[in-house]
Design a protein around this ligand. Sequence first.
Ligand code: ZN
Ligand code: ZN
Length: 100
Amino acid sequence: MADVAPPTAGNTTVEINDAIFCEHFKEVCTDCDYDGREENDAFFGYDPIDRGGLEAPPATVNKEGIWQCKKHGSTACNQCFGWKKQIMRARTVAKKAGKK
Ligand SMILES: [Zn+2]
Ligand SMILES: [Zn+2]
């Protein structure tokens, strides 16, 4: 009998403009032991590396249940939710730091 241990309770994730964050709006969170980098990297077409985690800006859920940025009220805001650019930047930083 295979008893699968239940996942840690209360590990809620939110999806903002196609990127996944923990309930605290963090991609890497020590509070809830969450790391969504691999998933987000794969979604945006990058090889997962040990880079700095993204952090989502203040956002609210709209009538349709989609997250939108507080600043501009946009669900696909290029400035607040420009994940691809932010991941690219984090990768550059990580690569620079890792290479001797
Ligand atoms: Zn968290
Ligand atoms: Zn915005």
